[in-house]
Design a protein around this ligand. Structure first.
Ligand code: SF4
Ligand code: FES
Length: 258
């Protein structure tokens, strides 16, 4: 990479500031000068926060933990797109080299009725945890480890289950959906178990209770907009929503569990 491509960036940020859940929020403008293109988006926010703190101002509250795309904590709507412009990339793994000197970047929290704003860019996503909890347990034999060949799983089924299990629970699918639906998230969580033999015994109860919980928590319905799939940082396929629907219908018709 040539030296000129490493030139630092001067950016204008418009950031949603909201002191608490009951307060009205608004976009505030900040100058983010001398930002290295090698920084991640969150490192850029760290620099801005350091400067705000030195000026005696409140730093911008934002969620983060692993900063390597695995925990699902980070995420904001950046210029209208959850996790920013890069496909299959969490905000913590988005690099500032994707921006040009002089750009204006608008940063807002996830917006969904089921995700109340806690402060600035931080939203309460515990509704997703409640859907997981509604899924309940998976039957597992205790005792000595089974022989690896005792439960045969075809390779392509194992791959599909692994792909579904890649969901990090970030909530970008909800933020991207015009209906604020959590179907992609719930579809992934139902699929990762429904596909495998170990997930079969409780599959009906799990599908019914996770879908009911999702509805109770005011997430919207799926109308096949496909925005969730386009914005998901883990590229979870909407075929998982189709599987969720099949599991739910199957449970409703054939199962004695209601
Ligand atoms: S499906 Fe994708 S966007 Fe939705 S919570 Fe999982 S990783 Fe995030
Ligand atoms: S901070 Fe963990 S996924 Fe971004």
């Amino acid at each position: 990479m040539g030296h000129s491509e490493k030139k630092s960036l001067n950016l204008t940020l418009k950031v949603w500031r909201q002191a608490g859940p009951a307060d009205g929020g608004k976009l505030e403008t900040y100058q983010a000068d001398d930002i290295s293109p090698d920084m991640s988006f969150l490192e850029m926010l760290d620099v801005v926060n350091e400067r705000l703190t030195l000026e005696g101002k409140q730093p911008i509250a934002f969620d983060h933990d692993c900063r390597e795309g695995i925990c699902g904590m980070c995420g904001s709507v950046v210029n209208g797109r959850p996790h920013g412009p890069e496909k299959g990339t969490t905000l913590c793994q988005l690099h500032m080299r994707h921006y040009a000197d002089g750009d204006t970047i608008v940063i807002e929290p996830w917006r969904a009725r089921a995700f109340p704003i806690v402060k600035d860019l931080v939203v309460d996503r515990s509704a997703l945890d409640q859907i997981i909890a509604a899924g309940g347990y998976v039957s597992a034999n205790t005792g000595g480890a089974q022989d690896a060949n005792a439960i045969l799983v075809p390779q392509e089924v194992a791959e599909l289950a692994m792909d579904a299990a890649a969901c990090i629970g970030c909530g970008a699918c909800v933020a991207a959906c015009p209906n604020a639906s959590a179907m992609l998230f719930t579809g992934a969580k139902i699929s990762q178990l429904a596909l495998l033999p170990q997930g079969k015994p409780e599959a009906a109860r799990r599908a019914l209770s996770m879908v009911r919980k999702m509805d109770d928590l005011c997430f919207g319905n799926c109308t096949n907009e496909r925005e969730c799939e386009a914005e998901c940082p883990k590229e979870i396929s909407i075929t998982n929503i189709a599987r969720l629907n099949r599991e739910y219908i199957k449970a409703g018709i054939f199962s004695s569990v209601k």
